[in-house]
Design a protein around this ligand. Structure first.
Ligand SMILES: [Zn+2]
Ligand SMILES: [Zn+2]
Length: 140
């Protein structure tokens, strides 16, 4: 199943193919600062499953680290996705894909939370071990 998404001004459009590999919430300071919110909802895709279909020329990339290329629309400032080249994955913000039913399965970087969420889902201190994190869980 495909989903299409776009930025606030509509200049940038993207398409995802298939289903995301994971969905959840990130509580890290970097995401919170970038998104101006207390938490962000992410969806993780294989890089090949995400295509920018219009407005590529408006997409600007900010790299705080080599691990994450944060892509946003230069016209309206909407945050679209974060490419993670070391894992060949792309994190598309759930809000960018309005037709995707968001079903979170975990929280990451919960050690940095400013908005504790008692939803019964696993709360990882940082990242899962399979992507280079400690894999450690924290209590709600
Ligand atoms: Zn835009
Ligand atoms: Zn984050």
């Amino acid at each position: 199943m495909n989903h299409t998404g776009h930025c606030l001004c509509g200049a940038v459009e993207l398409r995802t193919t298939g289903a995301p590999e994971a969905m959840g919430y990130c509580h890290c300071t970097t995401c919170r600062t970038w998104a101006s919110g207390p938490v962000v909802a992410f969806t993780i895709w294989k890089a090949e499953a995400v295509t920018i279909t219009a407005g590529e020329e408006h997409v600007h990339t900010f790299e705080k680290t080599e691990r994450s290329k944060r892509k946003f629309c230069r016209r309206c400032g909407s945050q679209l996705m974060i490419a993670i080249p070391t894992l060949d994955r792309v994190n598309v913000f759930a809000t960018t894909l309005p037709t995707l039913v968001f079903k979170p399965s975990l929280h990451v970087n919960y050690a940095e939370t400013v908005l504790p969420m008692r939803d019964g889902l696993p709360k990882l201190k940082d990242f899962p071990a399979e992507v280079g994190g400690s894999g450690e869980s924290l209590p709600e």
